[in-house]
Design a protein around this ligand. Structure first.
Ligand code: PLP
Length: 398
C-alpha cells in the first residue's frame, strides 16, 4: 500500500497507539471528585500541558487550551461563540457586524460564516488568487466596514490551505485587522500547518487557533482550540453548547480521554522530531517534483502557490483525465491520493479552494492532491509515478 493522502488523515503513530492503550485504564470521569476521577483529571491536565507546549504556551498564563472532538468543532466554537458573545447594535442598514474570512477556507469555517451572514452579518471573503491573501482587498474592506459602522467582530484565516498547500500570511492579515478593529477576534485554522510549520499565537497574531489530532498521526476523536487570555477577559467568546461545563464551560461533554491521550503523545513526539520530520518531507517533495517533471510531455503540471507552499501538499494536474477516474485507477494499484480535499470528494461541487486559487475549470476537474508525511518513502512516490504513467497511457483523452 502507498498512502499519499496524509492531509485527509494520518496513520496513528506508535506513541499514540501506546498512549491510547494505556489510557483505557483511566476510565474514571475526570469530573468525578473521588480518587478514580481525580486520577483521570490529573492525566487530562498533563495531556493539556503537553499539547500547550507544542503551541508555545507558557505554563502559567490566562490563556486556555480546550480539548474538542475535531477541528471542525474548534472552528465552530470560535466563530459562533464570538458572534453570540455580545449584544450588537445594528448599523443604519440593520447589519450588526462583519465577519472576514478568506475565500479558500475549509467548509468548517466557510459554512458557519455563511450561517452568520444569513443571520444578518456582513460576510467579506478575502481573495486568495495564486494562494496569496490579498491584503489590499482586505484593507479596502476594513475601511468600508469602518465607514458603514459594521465593525469586524471575527476574522478567520487558515495557516495552510488543505488543497493547494499555500501558506497564508496570517500575521500580516491579523495586524491589519487589529489596526482598524482592535477588539476583533482573529482566528487561525492551523489544522494543516500544525507541527509542519513552527508557530505560536504571537507569531500568527491569532487570538484563537484550531488544531486536530488525526492530521498529526493520532487517531480521530480529539482536537484543540486555543483561546487567548485577552479574549477570555473581554468575554469575546461565549459557550455555544450548554451542558455540564467541562473545558471551562466552552465545550461541555465528558472528555474523550483515550483520544486526548493519543493526541498528546503524537503531539509530543511530532514536536520533538519536528525538524527531522520536516527535513524528511522536504527531501521527499524534491524527489516528487523531480519525478513529476518526467511526465511533463503528457502535460502534467502543479498548481503552485505564487509565494509559499508547504512541502507536504502537491496539487497535481493531469490534463485529459478526470481526477476521480485517476483516483480510482491509482486506488486499484493501492496508491491512495485525493481529488481536491477528502471531505469534499463525495460532493459534486467544484473545489472552492482551487476556484479561489484561480485554477480554470478543466484544471480543477483533473487535479489530484498528493499529501506526504515523514512516514512516506521514495518507493511510495515511485509507485505513484508508475501509476500516473500507466493511467495517462490508458485514460488520457488525446
Ligand atoms: N481545517 C482544515 C484546513 C482542514 O483541512 C480540516 C480537515 O481536513 C479541518 C479544518 C477539519 O478538521 P477535522 O477533520 O478534525 O474536523
Amino acid at each position: 500500500m502507498h498512502y499519499l493522502d496524509n492531509s485527509a488523515t494520518t496513520q496513528p503513530c506508535e506513541a499514540a497507539v501506546n498512549a491510547l492503550t494505556e489510557a483505557i485504564a483511566l476510565w474514571g470521569n475526570p469530573s468525578s471528585v473521588h480518587h478514580l476521577g481525580r486520577t483521570s483529571a490529573d492525566a487530562l491536565a498533563a495531556y493539556r500541558r503537553t499539547v500547550a507546549k507544542t503551541l508555545g504556551l507558557p505554563r502559567f498564563s490566562p490563556d486556555k487550551l480546550l480539548f474538542t472532538s475535531c477541528g471542525t468543532e474548534s472552528n465552530n466554537i470560535a466563530m459562533l461563540g464570538c458572534a453570540a458573545a455580545k449584544k450588537r447594535t445594528p448599523n443604519a442598514d440593520g447589519i450588526p457586524g462583519t465577519i472576514v474570512i478568506s475565500d479558500g477556507e475549509h467548509p468548517s469555517i466557510e459554512n458557519p460564516a455563511v450561517r452568520l451572514s444569513e443571520q444578518g452579518y456582513a460576510l467579506v471573503r478575502v481573495p486568495t488568487k495564486d494562494g496569496v491573501l490579498d491584503l489590499d482587498f482586505l484593507k479596502n474592506a476594513l475601511e468600508n466596514a469602518k465607514k458603514s459602522a459594521a465593525p469586524v467582530i471575527f476574522a478567520a484565516f487558515m495557516l495552510v490551505n488543505n488543497e493547494t498547500g499555500a501558506v497564508y500570511d496570517v500575521k500580516a492579515a491579523s495586524s491589519l485587522i487589529k489596526r482598524y478593529f482592535p477588539d476583533a477576534v482573529v482566528h487561525c485554522d492551523a489544522v494543516q500547518g500544525y507541527l509542519k510549520l513552527r508557530f505560536t499565537p504571537t507569531t500568527l497574531g491569532a487570538d484563537t487557533i484550531s488544531v486536530s489530532a488525526h492530521k498529526i498521526h493520532a487517531p480521530r476523536g480529539a482536537a484543540a482550540l486555543y483561546i487567548s487570555g485577552e479574549v477570555i477577559k473581554r468575554k469575546n467568546i461565549v459557550p455555544v453548547m450548554p451542558g455540564g461545563g467541562q473545558e471551562d464551560g466552552f465545550r461541555s461533554g465528558t472528555e474523550n480521554l483515550l483520544s486526548i491521550a493519543a493526541f498528546a503523545a503524537a503531539a509530543e513526539s511530532g514536536y520533538a522530531n519536528g525538524e527531522a520530520n520536516r527535513q524528511a518531507v522536504s527531501e521527499l517533495r524534491a524527489y516528487l517534483n523531480e519525478r513529476l517533471a518526467e511526465l511533463a510531455d503528457a502535460g502534467v503540471t502543479q498548481n503552485l502557490p505564487a509565494k509559499r507552499q508547504l512541502d507536504n501538499i502537491a496539487s497535481v494536474v493531469i490534463p485529459g483525465v478526470r481526477s476521480e477516474t485517476m483516483l480510482n485507477h491509482l486506488s486499484a494499484r493501492e496508491v491512495y491520493v485525493s481529488a481536491g480535499s477528502a471531505c469534499s470528494a463525495h460532493s459534486k461541487k467544484k473545489s472552492g479552494a482551487l476556484t479561489a486559487f484561480g485554477a480554470e475549470d478543466d484544471r480543477i476537474d483533473s487535479t489530484i492532491r498528493v499529501s506526504l508525511s515523514y512516514t512516506n518513502t521514495r518507493e511510495d512516490i515511485d509507485a505513484l509515478i508508475e501509476g500516473l504513467r500507466a493511467g495517462i497511457a490508458d485514460l488520457q483523452k488525446k
